[in-house]
Design a binder for this molecule. Structure first.
Ligand SMILES: [Zn+2]
Length: 191
């Protein structure tokens, strides 16, 4: 059943992995959380397991996602943050009751107030977005160089010169396009 839905793109940064659940925003957009169940799946993969999700909660999640995308994009190009996006992010951050828990192994885990509380999970994502947009973490917000993507991503490379949101998708596609363009120009020098 689930194989019919597009895969998730996993990253190291919760907030931008979340905005990545809609990809190719400037091309043929791919919605990776098309149903409440897919949001449940995504949350589970990201350490925020819930046991149910309504369509209203999915709407809240998508509203938060697009708000994070808008605010992170503005931050990446050093533009003023859109007020409506800031408002949504703050609302979601304030309306959750997730607690950070230290495990015996010394790892952090999130404990939600109840297993049906998607709002708690969204508050963790909103707080993560706030910490990267506020510049509290070691890294820099940037926009993917793929014209059909332009996703905001968090560049933690030492030189801060990463160009693609994801090397395996956008980066690879660009490399292949360049390779084919070179072959057309120079058909005999194919390597
Ligand atoms: Zn990209």
């Amino acid at each position: 059943m689930r194989a019919e839905f597009p895969d998730f793109r996993l990253g190291n940064v919760l907030a931008t992995s979340f905005t990545g659940t809609l990809s190719e925003r400037h091309g043929n957009a791919v919605e990776r959380i098309p149903t409440p169940q897919r949001l449940i799946d995504w949350l589970a993969v990201n350490g925020l397991a819930v046991d149910s999700c309504t369509t209203a909660q999915l709407d809240l999640a998508r509203e938060l996602r697009e708000s994070i995308h808008a605010a992170a994009t503005a931050a990446a190009i050093q533009d003023a943050l859109p007020a409506s996006a800031v408002h949504v992010i703050n609302d979601r951050s304030a309306q959750g009751r997730a607690a950070a828990i230290l495990t015996p192994e010394g790892k952090r885990r999130w404990r939600l107030s109840s297993a049906s509380c998607v709002e708690d999970a969204l508050s963790v994502i909103a707080a993560d977005a706030i910490s990267i947009i506020a510049g509290e973490r070691d890294g820099k917000l940037a926009l993917c160089a793929s014209p059909t993507c332009q996703a905001a991503f968090f560049d933690t490379s030492r030189s801060r010169t990463r160009k693609w949101c994801d090397m395996n998708t956008c980066g690879n596609r660009q490399k292949k396009a360049r390779f084919h363009a070179n072959q057309r120009k120079n058909p005999r020098s194919a390597e």
